[in-house]
Design a protein. Sequence first.
Length: 363
Amino acid sequence: MKKKWLVFHCLLILLLLGACIRPSEKAEEAGTQKHTASEQQAGGLKVHFIDVGQGDSTLLEMEGHTMLIDAGDWNSTDVIDYLEAQDIRKIDIAVGTHPDSDHIGQLADVIKNYDVGEVWMSGNESTSDTFIETLEAIDSGGSDYYEPRSGEVFDLGAMEIEVLYPEKITGKANEESVSFRLTYGDIRFVFTGDSGIKEEQNMIDSGMELDAEILHLGHHGSNTSTSDAFLKSVSPEIAIYSAGADNSYGHPHAEVLAAAENAGAEVFGTDVNGTVIVETDGKTYSVSTERDGVAKEGKNRCINLNAASSAELQEIAGIGPAYAKGIIAERPFRTIDELTEIKGIGPGKLRDIKEQGLACIGG
């Protein structure tokens, strides 16, 4: 009954927001405002990859403009605390790349506590309290609401925002994360939220320019993102991931770090380096970190049966697409032994799964 009520409540709020799901006046004007490196002002761009533990949040400051991409996890105040420490008063654009609570966790509080001009989200829904509270905050706060789509181009001051993904939504929340290529003068940044390898390939196949100096590694450095083909297309000099120290997902994964380094990128991570800041005048850039350290594979890796994506579940040997679909449909599980409720998973397969030491409950 509670789940049905949440779905109804969520849909009701979306209907209330319906009139706002359109390009805002700023977005409509953006297509006519173009800037080149020679036109940029002297203020520069400062990008804060904020250490929010096992979550994601990036603050961009530039010449009186601010943009926030994701807002950390729901069970913390670290994003709000960081914005206060930076003396932020207004946010032009706040983005929730997808509705997971480790990305929009404090977005409602941001909207309530700051003058937020526009809120951008993918349009995919969730029945979580975090998502519903975010919609309620948008509705009561008066911020414009918009769902960006691939191919759209906007300007925020001297920074160009190209939307790389999604073209449309089908309910795949992680995979259809709102993804961007941001350009300030000659320096480019790529952000892909939790988009997966298939979605990265769609971005490549679209023919849009992906080349960038700085890449925010997808899905906290998980091997469900950051394919060799995507690295080749972006060709980053710097790769940054956001992950919590000793997180139970094992983020970042060793193969992703190796691939990024082999592609010529220097890798930084919030679990090792704390908050990472990139500053640029549009021609050159510098990287500073809160702590020294070398990015390394995460420990205590666990694939949470109650939260993992289909792609992550299939990293468990013996779990293919059909079993992954069954696991997602039967959630939540109280114990790993309950996997035998999935048709085709008997005692023998269960034993094989448990012996790998990857599957877990919670975390």
